[in-house]
Ligand binder design. Structure first.
Ligand code: ADP
Ligand code: MG
Length: 663
């Protein structure tokens, strides 16, 4: 590849002034030749090499590489050109100190998006060619200067570039090693046909070079084979390869996080504390909500619509006292079937309540007698919570009585009720209480006459009043026996069970439109839930503040990392990393730290959750469903990534020359 400089000048800013480093340099460099550049220190040799290699841009003039005008390439294109076309060798090697020889040599291949196996194979071949096969797994610190420089040459050759630029490669080496390097460079020019430019102080190299150029004060003082500069035909540059694979950059990020173990752990801990705080605070809000909603109000009653024959049953008590225009929709067996067939309904059943009396020896109690849901709906309906025994089985003369009533009736003390199981007693019904909500049908209570002997099979938790539960069939039979002639059987009310809580509202409205009175527990629950969502939001914000704080911490740490790793960034850039590669690399580091922190935060929250449950004997004190934990993890990772954006773009903006000059 021919390199053409046409009237190239470079000046560096120093304070207010611009100090010239190169002044109007024009020359053409030939492929297959070893060009030696000599001159006193500060003469502009390094500057010339950096411009030739696309590490920097001239202040004036043009540089063509096979017709491609380097001065016009956009930054990431220029980096890709460098990656595909140039191999740099520096005086102080500029190897990545924590990567071994193979990894160092493979860096340009990584940036070129090659798969790991190809990278390793090619890097090993290059090291082999340079006589370093047995040093492949050594770090730069474990190599002699000569070996380190040969690793750097292997790296320069990894992408098989047509141009090799070496800036005093033997400056830090003993004579013998320096001689070896020169031999290699000669081979690269004469055998491979590459364009090789060597900057050196060593006058012994002069006879070995095809051409010698002397630079002083930024000007060409002497050129052994001056050649007229011909402006080549313009060509466009297309990168030979795509950028690095995301997995490769992620792998580098993970390795970097692990290398800085202590700092990474501390930073991740910051994220973990933030995530744990958010998850625990939201979790305790949800736990409270769960306890109130599912503990106080039973889960099953949520999907229930209580149907009464009279629409004005609650309006009556509020506004329409004394009104006589109450419309009654009797709930017959057909009505129940119709309700059960509504869409979204699991089942429906008619209900009736009676006032009853049980006398047992000298003891006597009054209670409400009612039917259990039909057996087919036991899975869906609210059933009495039993302390002992079982529910009344249809077709048998069985009953369930609440604990307080059992004690009163059989003279037992609390806890002994099991002894009453199997006892028989007679209940006398006196009145039918109309309406499922307790109000009477059209304000009328009917007298009923029934006496039946039952066996106690279950003891239920005590409620607000004494209740005797019998089977649904028995209630229907009583209504049948007490019905007036030529009148259909009429229930006091009906219970409709929705397939899901979310259907209850619509169902209640539909049943209301049919003319019935409706009551639901869902409306109560909804208002409780909205109160809790406010609480949870507040707690979430509190935790969020902790998270933001840890995000700031990551930002600071990453910012420090960018400052500290300027040299490393410079090496990556010199080898051809584009700005966006550096950006992705640092962002990936933040992401890794954030994700690890998020995971640790989740585990901490889970630990505290179980500890809380143990200490306070409350099962779900913190309610931590997988979705919440996932959210915590995502939050931690996202927060760290956002915090990493500014430092990452700072790192990406560093010019390779500036970064590499950092000592
Ligand atoms: P050489 O490699 O021949 O010793 P350089 O090209 O490194 O010379 O430097 C040429 C001149 O430009 C010197 O005066 C040096 O101080 C200056 N110079 C080089 N690089 C920079 C830079 N990045 N910023 C400011 N001045 C620079
Ligand atoms: Mg120099």
């Amino acid at each position: 590849m021919a390199l053409v400089l046409d009237g190239v000048s470079k000046a560096y800013p120093r304070g207010q002034d611009m100090v010239p480093a190169l002044l109007d340099v024009s020359l053409t460099l030939e492929p297959g030749q070893l060009t030696l550049i000599l001159g006193p220190s500060g003469g502009g040799k390094s500057t010339l090499l950096q411009l030739l290699g696309g590490m920097d841009r001239p202040t004036a003039g043009h540089i063509w590489a096979n017709g491609v005008d380097l001065t016009r390439l956009p930054p990431d294109r220029l980096s890709a050109w460098r990656r595909d076309t140039v191999g740099f060798v520096f005086q102080s090697f500029f190897l990545l100190p924590h990567h071994d020889a193979v990894e160092n040599a493979a860096l340009p291949l990584l940036l070129g998006g090659r798969p790991p196996s190809v990278r390793r194979q090619r890097a090993e071949d290059m090291l082999d060619r340079l006589g370093l096969a047995n040093r492949a797994r050594h770090r730069p610190g474990q190599l002699s200067g000569g070996q380190a420089q040969r690793v750097a040459i292997a790296r320069a050759l990894a992408n098989d570039p047509p141009v090799i630029l070496a800036d005093e490669p033997s400056g830090n080496l003993d004579t013998e090693s320096g001689e070896g390097i020169l031999e290699t460079l000669e081979q690269l020019a004469h055998e491979d046909g590459r364009t090789v430019v060597l900057v050196s102080h060593n006058p012994d190299f002069v006879p070995r070079a095809d051409r010698v150029i002397r630079l002083r004060d930024g000007r060409i003082q002497d050129d052994s084979k001056p050649r007229r500069v011909a402006r080549p035909a313009a060509e466009t540059f297309r990168p030979m390869r795509a950028g690095p694979r995301l997995t490769a950059l992620l792998g580098e990020a993970v390795a970097s996080v692990r290398r800085r173990a202590w700092r990474s752990v501390l930073t991740a801990l910051g994220v973990a504390i933030g995530v744990a705080a958010v998850v625990l605070l939201v979790g305790i809000g949800q736990g409270l909500e769960h306890r109130v909603v599912t503990g106080t109000l039973q889960q099953a009653s949520l999907n229930t619509v209580i149907v009464s024959p009279s629409q004005s049953s609650h309006a009556l008590s509020l506004t329409q006292v004394g009104s006589s225009s109450t419309v009654v929709h009797p709930i017959t067996a057909q009505s129940v079937v119709r309700l059960a067939r509504l869409s979204g309904v699991v089942g429906a059943y008619g209900t009736a309540q009676f006032l009853g009396q049980i006398a047992q020896g000298s003891r006597s109690i009054s209670l409400v007698v009612q039917g259990l849901p039909p057996r087919s709906l036991w899975h869906h309906a609210t059933l009495p919570s039993l302390l002992f025994g079982h529910l009344a089985i249809p077709g048998r003369s069985q009953a369930v009585l609440d604990q307080a009533s059992v004690d009163a009736l059989f003279g037992l003390t609390k806890g002994q009720e099991r002894r009453a199981l199997g006892r028989r007693f007679t209940v006398r019904l006196s009145t039918e209480l109309g309406g499922a909500t307790g109000s009477s049908v059209a304000g009328v209570s009917r007298r009923v006459e029934n006496a039946v002997t039952l066996t106690l099979v279950g003891v239920a938790k005590p409620g607000f009043s004494s209740v005797l539960d019998v089977s649904a069939e028995r209630v229907t039979r009583w209504l049948e026996e007490n019905r007036a002639p030529h009148q259909p059987l009429m229930y006091g009310g009906a219970i409709v069970l929705a397939r899901h809580v979310s259907l209850v509202k619509g169902l209640a409205a539909k049943i209301h439109r049919m003319g019935y009175g409706v009551t639901t527990t869902a409306s109560i629950i909804q208002s409780i839930q909205s109160a809790f969502s406010i609480l949870e939001t507040g707690l979430g914000i509190l935790g969020g503040i902790a998270l933001v704080q840890s995000g700031l911490m990551i930002g600071v740490v990453m910012g420090m990392a960018v400052l500290e790793r300027r040299r490393e960034i410079g090496i990556w850039r010199a080898v051809g990393a584009r700005r966006r590669d550096i950006f992705v690399l640092f962002l990936a580091e933040a992401l890794v730290i954030g994700a690890v922190g998020g995971a640790v935060g989740d585990l901490t929250a889970l630990g505290f959750g179980s500890l809380g449950a143990l200490v306070f004997h409350v099962p779900a004190l913190f309610y931590l469903p997988p979705a919440l934990l996932l959210l915590g993890l995502g939050f931690g990772a996202a927060m760290a990534t956002v915090a990493g954006i500014i430092p990452a773009s700072q790192g990406a903006r560093l010019s390779p020359v500036e970064a590499i000059r950092t000592e």
